[in-house]
Structures are given as structure tokens and as C-alpha cells.
Design a binder for this molecule. Structure first.
Ligand code: B12
Length: 441
């Protein structure tokens, strides 16, 4: 029997690594178990919360180790491979994920094989090749996988306590929701847009656009979570929780409604119409996060967000009207920001009065258009110190952000802000938000 372990790194840079679930891992492990049945033993090696120097003591011996490498944890994951190879020299190491997709050559010095793009068919092929001793260096899926052909991801790889937890559904204005037993889910892949700060367009070059699970499969997945985990609330992690196609959106939301669950999610500001807000409300949606990103239209245009400030204001109004908590995502430090970005951001927040503001500082991730084409965005230098690309600071403690890039003084839109100014704007706005009840919950 082939022992396959999927490594989940410490995620120590997250305030609470147990707020999210490892969906990539669940998906690949479920596919492997369904295909190979008793010929393999598939497990999740959960290193969250464990100090990096002690990780090896928590890693059981396997024949094959899998990794999904994000930029922020790339150095940790590379170090784990090295340690495991010392301990179990015959082990085979296979990686996928955004970071290795960009740095394939370097990654091949560390891993035995890489999985690029959708991984369902590729991992089955790779395991079959391992059994035949003919593992290839690269498996690349060039035709989008139909996600409805695969089972929904099972969660039995972790203890029940790590799946069903309280505190995921907390609301600002209503009590009792913090006690709801919740978990996170993801019903789709991808996004039809190409924002210049997002790593996905490059990763999904062979599978552009949005793919959703069929409504009946969504219903089936939620019923499974209710039955085995007693789940009553869902944090839906899809980038766009509402399908762009209106007919599909109706069916999607009605499927969720039939399960009688409470849920929260995120969507684009241009997804919201009065009909959609009503459907959301009826489907049990209690809070929605909106990608507002900036109070500067110039910045929105630079990052190719394809929305207007007016659309953002309308979307917040609509959510509030339908009694759905309106949470907004904003970023400080984007290209195109004027000198008075702090003032216009605060004015926007005061005028629209969202329930909650998630504030990030702009970070540079490989694979994004800004990273590949910095000149276009007035960026003079990008450092590849990946550990310094965290985008959320000071939500709970007083950390000081660092930036891994710098703007030209004479940027294409005018004066580029200095890194000191960006950090100051970010910190002052974060303080102002905290002091005025915009977070954190
Ligand atoms: C859900 C999600 C999360 C969840 C769960 C993440 C997880 N590890 O499963 C949570 C909330 C925990 C999370 C946290 C973070 N995330 Co996140 N997240 C996403 C999101 C929206 C979906 C990912 C997902 O689960 N999709 C469903 C699965 C099934 O699809 P998938 O991941 O693409 O995997 C498929 C293939 O890519 C491939 N594959 C990928 N890896 C591997 C590995 C192997 C071995 C194999 C065989 C196949 C394979 O096979 C899968 C099936 O086809 C993506 C954006 C996106 N749309 O993909 C961002 C994204 C992956 N996240 C990102 C970031 C930055 C983070 C955080 C660092 C954010 C933060 N500062 O808090 C943390 C990191 C936490 C961690 N160490 O895991 C970035 C990564 C960019 C980068 N260059 O690293 C992304 C791309 C968002 C973005 N647009 O920039 N995230």
C-alpha cells in the first residue's frame, strides 16, 4: 500500500490558521482515495500551530509527500522537504500551487515532480507513474477539468473539532451568531477578471473564467456537512460567491436556500442588483464581503478592477437595505494613489458606513501583472524577500508592515508615494478603523 501524505505548513503568519480549511488538500486527497481505494493510504499532515523547528517530529513516514506551495510559505515548505529527505531518503516529493507555477526551474531542484494547473487527473497519473517507477518531472493539465465529474471534497482527514467550529459566523450587529457551528467551503474555481495584483490569471491560463459546482452537488455537500459535522453556518470562500450568469446565479442560490443554512461570502460590487440582494437574503446570506479595493478611481483603473466608486457605494447600500452585513476589502499602497488617499478613503468609509472594513497593504506576489511588468505601474524596484509579502497587519496586535517594492518618484500618474508614506497611511487608517468600530470582530 502506497502511503501518501499531504503537508499543510505551520501558517504561523496567520493570526488564527484554523479559521480557514485546506481545500486544495481535501480535494486532492478525496480524488486519490476515490480512484485508488485501498491501494493507497492518504493522509493530511497538519503542521498548523507547530513550531517550524519541531515539524519533523509530527511527520509520519510516507512513500510520497505532497505540497501546495504559496509564496508566503515557500521557504518553510522547501525546508520541510529537505528535512524529510534526510529522515526518509527514499521518499518522493510532489508540489503544486501558485509559487512553484512561477518558479518551475527552481522548484525542480527541490521537488521530484510538479503539478501545474488543475491537479485532479495529473495526480492520478503521477501516482500511477510512481507505481510503474516512471514519474515525470512535470504534469500540466492543458484542458480545464470539469469539477462536476469529481466528488465534493471530504473532510475526514482532520479531527471534527478542526472542521466544525464556532466564531466563523460572528456578526457585528446581531448576537448569537458567534455560537453557530460553522466551517468553510468553496464551490467554484477561478474568476473571469484579470486584476493586475492577482496571481490567478497566470495559474489558470488553461482554465480561464469561472467554474461552479452544479446546484445539486452543492446541496449534497452542504447536507453532508450538516449530517456529519452538525454544521449550521458556512463561510463560502469562492472569489465570487454569486455566478455571473443570472440564470445560474438563481439556481445556485436556491440550492443553498433549500439547505436552510446561514452563510457568508464575498463577491464583486457589480454582482449586486436588488433581485440578487433579495435572492441572497432568501438563501440565508448574513454577510457579504465586497472587493472595493480603493477609494481612488485612478487606482481601480490601474489595477484593472473594472468597477467604479459609484458601483461600490451602491453595492454597500443594497446590502445594508436587505439587512445583509456589508464588509468591504480595501488596499492601501496601490499604483495611482493620490497623496490624499487617507482622506478620500476615510470619507468613503464614513459616507457608505459599511459594517466592517478589512484593510490590507499592497503586496507584490510573483505571477501577477504588477510583478511581471513593474514599469507600467510606476514601480522601480521589487525585492524577492517573500516572507515580507504579508498583506494584513495590525488587525490584532501592533505589527509594523514592511514593503518589498518602491514607487518611482515620477510615476506615470504623477507623484509616486514613498514607502514610508504608504506605511503611515495604512497604519493611521487601521487605527482609525479600530477606534471607530469598523473591526476587528
Ligand atoms: C480558499 C483560499 C484560501 C483558504 C484555503 C487555502 C488552502 N491551503 O487550501 C485560506 C482562507 C486558508 C487561504 C489562506 C491564504 N491564502 Co488563499 N486562497 C484561496 C483561494 C480563494 C482558493 C484556493 C482553493 O482552495 N481552491 C480550491 C482548490 C481545489 O483549487 P486550487 O487551490 O487551485 O488547487 C487545484 C490546482 O491548483 C492544483 N493544485 C494546487 N496545489 C496542488 C498541490 C498538489 C500536490 C497537487 C497534486 C495539485 C495542486 O490542484 C487543485 C485541484 O485542481 C485562492 C484563489 C483561487 N481562486 O485559487 C487563494 C490564494 C491561493 N490564496 C492566496 C494567499 C496569498 C493566501 C494567504 C497567504 C493569505 C493570507 N495572508 O492570509 C493564506 C495562506 C494560508 C496557507 N498557508 O494555506 C493567494 C496565493 C498567491 C501566492 N502567490 O502565494 C491566492 C492565489 C489568492 C490570490 N488571488 O492571490 N486561502
Amino acid at each position: 500500500m502506497l502511503r501518501i501524505g499531504f503537508i499543510l505548513p505551520s501558517s504561523e503568519y496567520l493570526y488564527d490558521p484554523f479559521r480557514g480549511d485546506p481545500h486544495t488538500h481535501f480535494q486532492i486527497l478525496t480524488v486519490l482515495e476515490q480512484h485508488f481505494e485501498n491501494a493507497i493510504k492518504a493522509s493530511l499532515i497538519d503542521l498548523r500551530g507547530i513550531k517550524k523547528e519541531f515539524s519533523i517530529y509530527h511527520i509520519p513516514e510516507c512513500d510520497v509527500y505532497l505540497y501546495s506551495v504559496y509564496t508566503l510559505d515557500s521557504s518553510e515548505q522547501f525546508a520541510i522537504v529537505k528535512k524529510i529527505r534526510e529522515q526518509y531518503p527514499k521518499s518522493i516529493h510532489i508540489a503544486g500551487g501558485p509559487h512553484i507555477t512561477v518558479y518551475q526551474e527552481d522548484a525542480l531542484k527541490i521537488f521530484d515532480s510538479l503539478i501545474l494547473s488543475d491537479g485532479e487527473y495529473s495526480i492520478i497519473q503521477a501516482v500511477e507513474d510512481i507505481i510503474k517507477s516512471s514519474l515525470k518531472k512535470i504534469y500540466e493539465q492543458k484542458v480545464p477539468v470539469d469539477i462536476n465529474k469529481f466528488p465534493f471534497p471530504r473532510k475526514h482527514y482532520l479531527p471534527k473539532s478542526a472542521i466544525a467550529r464556532k466564531g466563523l459566523m460572528t456578526l457585528k450587529n446581531k448576537t448569537g451568531y458567534d455560537q453557530i457551528l460553522g466551517t468553510t467551503v468553496i464551490f467554484s474555481r477561478g474568476c473571469p477578471f484579470a486584476c493586475s495584483f492577482c496571481a490567478m490569471p497566470q495559474m489558470r491560463q488553461y482554465a480561464p473564467g469561472q467554474r461552479y459546482r452544479k446546484p445539486e452537488l452543492i446541496e449534497e455537500e452542504i447536507e453532508y456537512l450538516k449530517k456529519y459535522y452538525n454544521i449550521r453556518g458556512l463561510n463560502v470562500l469562492d472569489e465570487i460567491a454569486i455566478p455571473y450568469n443570472i440564470t445560474a446565479a438563481r439556481e445556485h442560490l436556491k440550492a443553498i436556500q433549500r439547505t436552510n443554512i446561514k452563510w457568508r461570502g464575498q463577491c464583486r460590487v457589480d454582482s449586486l442588483t436588488p433581485e440578487m440582494a433579495q435572492l441572497l437574503k432568501d438563501s440565508g446570506c448574513i454577510a457579504m464581503g465586497l472587493g472595493v479595493e480603493s477609494a481612488s478611481q485612478v487606482s481601480l483603473d490601474y489595477i484593472n478592477k473594472k468597477i467604479t466608486i459609484e458601483q461600490a457605494k451602491n453595492a454597500i447600500r443594497l446590502l445594508k437595505k436587505y439587512d445583509i452585513e456589508a464588509r468591504i476589502y480595501m488596499i492601501i499602497g496601490l499604483p495611482g494613489e493620490p497623496e490624499n488617499i487617507f482622506d478620500i478613503s476615510w470619507e468613503f468609509i464614513q459616507e457608505t458606513d459599511p459594517d466592517w472594513v478589512y484593510l490590507s497593504i499592497f503586496t507584490m506576489r510573483p505571477g501577477t501583472e504588477v510583478f511581471n511588468n513593474p514599469k507600467k505601474f510606476g514601480i522601480k524596484e521589487i525585492k524577492t524577500d517573500w516572507d515580507k509579502t504579508m498583506h494584513m497587519y495590525g488587525r490584532y496586535t501592533k505589527e509594523i508592515p514592511t514593503l518589498s517594492f518602491e514607487y518611482e518618484e515620477n510615476a506615470p500618474w504623477g507623484k509616486g508615494l514613498s514607502s514610508e508614506n504608504i506605511i503611515k497611511n495604512y497604519m493611521t487608517l487601521q487605527e482609525k478603523l479600530k477606534a471607530n468600530g469598523f473591526g476587528p470582530i
